[in-house]
Design a protein around this ligand. Structure first.
Ligand code: FES
Length: 169
């Protein structure tokens, strides 16, 4: 019994999809996360912040969602703290979005609150995040400042387990 042409095409397509997924996920996940099955199950993840220099952002995945971790510069922190709440569409103080004593670190879910695109870090007019889909601009606290998004980038549940390590989830 030979496989039909249709069976063959199905198998070939499935194999290509698996290769493609592995190729895109691996560089982002890097060595900081547990294996993909654990992440998919929603387990908490620990992230070592030591390699992230001031002014850099990293992206990790938690529960299948991209999480941006920004090591903010002094300028970014000042901008975030000094923005008048009255100028914000979704008013939230910077201090309510970071952990006390660790305000150089911003941790947000990298999903635009407009229609779910992935914003780009260090882009846009507010030294924060820019969503290329419809032009939403988030500031260095991940708060929406311009464009169609209705709300700030969400902050996931996380804690500092040491000065240089966080647990997300
Ligand atoms: Fe980001 Fe529309 S999805 S601006």
């Amino acid at each position: 019994d030979h496989p039909t042409r249709r069976d063959f095409l199905f198998v070939a397509t499935g194999a290509a999809a698996v290769v493609g997924a592995a190729a895109t996920v691996w560089p982002l996940v890097n060595q900081m996360n547990p294996d993909a099955a654990t992440i998919a199950a929603g387990a908490p993840i620990e992230v070592d912040l030591t390699p992230v220099a001031e002014g850099q952002d990293i992206k990790v995945f938690w529960r299948g969602k991209p999480i941006y971790i920004s090591h903010r510069t002094k300028k970014q922190i000042e901008e975030a703290q000094q923005a008048p709440l009255s100028s914000l569409k979704d008013p939230e103080a910077d201090s309510a979005r970071v952990k006390a004593g660790h305000d150089q670190w911003l941790v947000v879910i990298g999903i635009c609150t407009h229609l779910g695109c992935i914003p780009i870090a260090h882009e846009g007019n507010y030294d924060g995040f820019f969503c290329p889909c419809h032009g939403s601009q988030y500031d260095s606290s991940g708060r929406i400042r311009q464009g169609p998004a209705p709300a700030n980038l969400a902050v996931p549940p996380y804690t500092f387990v040491s000065d240089t390590k966080i647990q997300i989830g």
